[in-house]
Design a protein. Structure first.
Length: 274
C-alpha cells in the first residue's frame, strides 16, 4: 500500500509551492522499496500519485498520461487542469468497466489517487483525491479546499493516511508560522521507523509544482545516498534535479554542478524559489 500526500507549502517570503510526496514500497509476493508512485504528466502544471493495488492503479496512470499526450490542447495546457480532472474520471471509470475475469469486484481500496496542479483559470493550486464509489461503479473526485490555519491545503491517500494525518495535525496545533516542508519531514520520520513487514517503506519521493506551472521531481538524500523516486543513484549519475534533505528541509545543487553544499531559503542561489 502507500502513504501519499499533497500540500501547498508557504515559504518565509510568502511564495507558495505545491508538493506531492509518498513512500517507495510495493509488495505482493516480493518487496521493492524503489517504486515510483508519483507520475509527472505530459503537461508541466500537474502530477498524479497512486495508492492501492499496483496492478490496478499503474495502468490507469499510464493511460491518463497517454491521453494527455495525444491531445494538443491538453498537452499544451490550453485546457485547465479541472478539465483534465474530468477526463481523468471518465478514463479511470472506463478502464474498470473493461476488466474481465476478475476474481473479486473492483473495490475502493484497489485504487486511490491524488491529482494536483496549478490552475491557470482559477490562479491557484488545486488538489483532488480520486476515489472509487462502489455502489455507483465509478470514480469521483473530492477537492481539498481547507485543512489547517498553518497549512491551507493538504490531502492524503493510502492505508497509513489517517494515522499520518492525525500526527500532522498534532504538530500543526503546536503553533508556529505557515508550513513549507514540514509534511515531508514528518513523512521522513514515519518511514525511518517502519519495519520490513510494514506496507510502507523505502525513501520518500517528492515532486514540486510552481505557480509558473513547472513540475519538477526532486532527488531525496536518504541514508547518505541520493535517491530519485525511491531508487538510489549510482555514483556516476548526474541529474538536473535539486537534492533535498527531508529531515532538515535543506536543498543542495544538482549533481552536475559538482557543488552540493546545503543551502537555505536565505541564500541568493537557493533554488526552492525558482
Amino acid at each position: 500500500m502507500t502513504i501519499g500526500l499533497a500540500w501547498v507549502g508557504k515559504r518565509k517570503d510568502g511564495r507558495e509551492h505545491l508538493y506531492l510526496a509518498s513512500d517507495s514500497r510495493v509488495t505482493g509476493g516480493q518487496r521493492l522499496d524503489a517504486c515510483p508512485k508519483i507520475l509527472t504528466l505530459p503537461r508541466s502544471d500537474c502530477a498524479i500519485c497512486f495508492a492501492g493495488e499496483t496492478a490496478a492503479s499503474y495502468p490507469m496512470m499510464i493511460q491518463l498520461a497517454h491521453a494527455i499526450a495525444a491531445h494538443e490542447p491538453a498537452r499544451e495546457r490550453n485546457l485547465d487542469i479541472a478539465r483534465v480532472k474530468s477526463h481523468l474520471l471518465r478514463v479511470f471509470t472506463d478502464l474498470v468497466e473493461r476488466v474481465r475475469d476478475a476474481v473479486l469486484p473492483f473495490a475502493k481500496e484497489d485504487a486511490q489517487f491524488l491529482f494536483a496542479g496549478y490552475s491557470w483559470l482559477q490562479k491557484e493550486f488545486r488538489i483532488w483525491t480520486i476515489h472509487y464509489v462502489e455502489d455507483k461503479k465509478r470514480f469521483e473526485a473530492r477537492e481539498a479546499l481547507t485543512f489547517h490555519r498553518r497549512l491551507s491545503k493538504a490531502a492524503f491517500i493510502g492505508d497509513w493516511s489517517k494515522a499520518f494525518r492525525s500526527r500532522l495535525v498534532k504538530k500543526l496545533n503546536a503553533g508556529g508560522p505557515p508550513v513549507y516542508l514540514e509534511p515531508l519531514q514528518l513523512l521522513s520520520e514515519v518511514l525511518e521507523s517502519t519495519k520490513l513487514s510494514d506496507t510502507i517503506g523505502g525513501p520518500p519521493q517528492l515532486v514540486r509544482i510552481t505557480q509558473h506551472m513547472n513540475t519538477r521531481p526532486l532527488c531525496v538524500r536518504w541514508n547518505e545516498e541520493d535517491t530519485l523516486f525511491g531508487r538510489p543513484l549510482f555514483d556516476y549519475e548526474n541529474t538536473d534535479y535539486w537534492i533535498v534533505d527531508p529531515n532538515t528541509g535543506k536543498f543542495a545543487r544538482p549533481r552536475k554542478f559538482g557543488n552540493r553544499t546545503a543551502l537555505t531559503e536565505d541564500d541568493d542561489s537557493y533554488e526552492g524559489g525558482a
